[in-house]
Design a protein around this ligand. Structure first.
Ligand code: ATP
Ligand code: MG
Length: 397
């Protein structure tokens, strides 16, 4: 068993000693069987939240209405969720009520895909009533039960299906895909924030191109913010080295053909943080510069290292260049800058005012920028006396 599970076995034992059942469930069991790294373990139990709170002295009610209690132990913190079923989803997203049950199988049955509907006991035995292990071997994503019903209960499952395609390199089962296609538009019922989480995981997955193909093929893309008009641009993504790009860079590639104003509106519709929106806008502005911003030490200086590297990567991706080389070059380019920040300049605005008996005004900033550009272009030495002499010469000519 994985270290993370072994460390958590005493938690299961404590719950069992109190007379209840407890298992590892969900993504960690799936990833363990697949031999993928495990980040956190989820525990499901027949004990009610109140019963769990009697077993563990330190707890926090993080989602007690859904049956989840956070326990804080020396071995770490764990989310423990009471076995539950969910009933009558009238709004395609949240169950109208959850009922706690004492049966593990009933709990597993409410989960989205067979591969996510397995449990493991403290000895490492897998409980797999829906043949999830078989589907894992076949690399197949298939809903637990009727896909139409399962997507109608919670339409986010359609996005989850595609992000698992991307993360795991699996395919959708045929019926699951057909149903996803038929039901695509009910994704509209889901809060954009929840869709964004799944979409960014999809983009970060190593099989993201396959997932994007399915997003297009199923028509699901049309119901995602702003994407209804972007079929061609999304299709173009399939030709690009997406795996070498990070989230903001991928958003830039998607949005590069969109006007600056529209980018803002689109990314706000996606509920991206304003900081990310600005980052994407700046990357795109740099990428669109002609001649390339990389030819100008001043542009690279103004962008700063992080942004300059992002823009270089995006530009390489869009123009068929090598993204890794572009990244490396952009770092070198930045490191070679003669100065990295304004405070590295050997003169300040005050110096200029002292030298030139003129009133403060926009000329100070303009002169500093002129000096900065000359220093960055290596035609002027960054030395106070040199700069003073250079200015005098400029003023004479
Ligand atoms: P990850 O590795 O990304 O965390 P995960 O499978 O653990 O993947 P979570 O969102 O953490 O995904 O959910 C944990 C488990 O809860 C899932 O494995 C699945 O059994 C169940 N689950 C999560 N979301 C849903 C959903 N929308 N509908 C049904 N079951 C779900
Ligand atoms: Mg998880």
């Amino acid at each position: 068993m994985d270290q993370l599970f072994l460390k958590s076995v005493p938690i299961l034992e404590l719950i069992e000693k109190a007379g209840f059942e407890a298992y590892f469930v969900g993504g960690s069991v799936r990833d363990y069987i697949l031999g993928r790294p495990i980040n956190d373990v989820d525990i499901a139990t027949s004990a009610t939240p109140e019963e769990i709170k009697r077993i563990f002295p330190k707890t926090a009610d993080i989602g007690i209405e859904h049956g989840t209690v956070l326990i804080i132990t020396e071995a770490g913190t764990y989310e423990i969720t009471t076995f539950r079923t969910e009933s009558s989803y009238s709004d395609f997203r949240r169950p109208d009520s959850v009922q706690f049950v004492r049966s593990l199988t009933e709990d597993l049955q409410r989960r989205d895909f067979t591969m996510n509907a397995m449990a493991m006991d403290k000895s490492g035995n897998i409980i797999d009533p829906f043949n999830g292990k078989h589907d894992l071997v076949e690399k197949r994503i298939i809903t637990v039960g009727n896909p139409h019903e399962r997507f109608h209960e919670d339409a986010l499952r359609m996005m989850r299906a595609l992000r698992f395609v991307s993360q795991l390199g699996f395919e959708l089962d045929q019926d699951t895909f057909v149903s996803l296609k038929e039901n695509a538009q009910i994704i509209n019922e889901i809060a954009v924030e929840r869709i964004l989480v799944e979409f960014e995981k999809l983009m970060a997955g190593s099989n993201n191109k396959r997932a994007i193909s399915l997003l297009l093929e199923s028509g699901l893309y049309q119901y995602l913010p702003h994407f209804s008009k972007e079929k061609d641009h999304l299709g173009n993504l399939l030709k690009l080295p997406l795996n070498q790009l990070k989230a903001a860079e991928i958003w830039s590639v998607i949005m590069v053909h969109t006007s600056d104003q529209e980018i803002e509106a689109a990314l706000r519709a996606w509920k991206l943080p304003l900081k990310t929106i600005r980052n994407v806008q700046r990357i795109i502005q740099l990428v669109k510069k002609d001649p390339s911003f990389e030819n100008s030490a001043f542009d690279v200086f103004q962008a700063g290292q992080i942004l300059a590297v992002q823009a270089a990567k995006v530009r390489a991706a869009l123009t068929g260049g090598d993204v890794m080389d572009a990244e490396e070059n952009a770092h070198q380019h930045y490191n070679k800058l003669i100065i990295k920040q304004m405070s590295d300049l050997a003169v300040t605005g005050t110096d200029l005012l002292n030298w030139n008996q003129e009133k403060p005004g926009p000329w100070v900033k303009e002169s500093l920028e002129m000096i900065l550009k000359a220093v960055l272009d290596d035609v002027l030495i960054n030395d106070k006396e040199e700069i003073k002499r250079w200015l005098e010469k400029c003023n004479l000519s």
